[in-house]
Design a protein around this ligand. Structure first.
Ligand SMILES: [Zn+2]
Length: 290
């Protein structure tokens, strides 16, 4: 069974209108990253300002595609059986996400929390309603990783024995910078991760432009898992050598990326090792959400 550990529905960003009629993924600079297997021959790490702006624009257009129909269509096209789908509060509510996933066993809903909502009630309702994990996005939610809010949320969430998925890696989502990118600095997650050793933390994108930070936390903490969206084969191999075969997993961040590219990388890394392929492309995430 092939499971994408990281997808989204509904816009999780200001100023983006959902556009289900946009069926084809925008092909600008991110497409070049995808075609090159996320290896970039032109620069290391973060792109120059002109590149950052194009990627932000492309990201917003792709995010507008994020609806159930389009997600299922891409899953069919790319041979993906199930997808973890993540809401980002306050753009979504736990209730709305339960509704949007209802009656579709191929979608594995996570939940979210934001101080502007009744997060305690929402968390309870979501977990009782079948959500399998919690999404934290410090940048888009504009709450720093050290904020006492997250410690309160984790106190309430930990007893469910489910994973937390955290966006990792400094990134600007908007064409004009909003200043919250530093909240994605993976090393700043350490206090939260250390405070809840029984909770699995999935660092999605493995730190994005700064994978060494995510790999360092995986080295230090057994409860850190690495999801590999936007990472080239080289980094996925490094992740496996640091975290081992049970703590690395394929995810795409659809609709920000076409899942076929991240899946292709997982397959290339696994090569002839069928057991590893199974773990990377479904087994490891299923172990946390089943
Ligand atoms: Zn995400």
């Amino acid at each position: 069974m092939i499971v994408d550990a990281h997808t989204h529905m509904q816009a999780a960003i200001h100023g983006v209108t959902p556009d289900p009629g946009r069926r084809k993924m925008t092909h600008l600079l991110m497409w070049n990253y995808e075609l090159l297997g996320f290896n970039n021959p032109l620069w290391r790490g973060e792109p120059p300002e002109w590149g950052r702006i194009i990627i932000a624009m492309e990201g917003q257009l792709r995010i507008s595609q994020g609806c159930r129909e389009n997600l299922l269509r891409y899953m069919d096209r790319n041979g993906i059986d199930r997808s973890v789908v993540c809401p980002v509060a306050p753009f979504a509510t736990p209730r709305a996400y339960l509704d949007i996933c209802a009656g579709e066993p191929r979608l594995i809903p996570f939940t979210c929390a934001h101080p502007s909502q009744d997060w305690e009630g929402g968390l309870k309702e979501a977990m009782q309603g079948g959500c399998k994990g919690l999404k934290i996005h410090n940048i888009l939610q504009r709450i720093p990783p050290e904020d006492p809010f997250w410690f309160a949320v984790l106190e309430a969430f930990a007893p469910y024995g489910r994973p937390v998925q955290m966006h990792s890696g400094e990134f600007d989502y908007y064409i004009v910078k909003d200043g919250y990118a530093p909240y994605g600095d993976t090393l700043r997650f350490e206090k939260l991760i250390a405070a809840f050793p029984q909770v699995p933390f999935i660092l999605v994108h493995s730190g994005l432009y700064f994978p060494d930070k995510a790999l360092e936390l995986a080295r230090r903490y057994e409860n850190v898992y690495l999801e590999t969206s936007f990472q080239p084969q080289k980094v996925v191999r490094k992740a496996l050598s640091v975290a081992g075969r049970d703590r690395v997993m394929f995810g795409s961040d659809w609709p920000e990326s076409d899942s076929k590219y991240a899946l292709r990388i997982a397959r290339r890394v696994a090569g002839e090792d069928a057991a590893l392929l199974d773990k990377l492309t479904g087994g490891n995430i299923l172990a946390l959400v089943s």
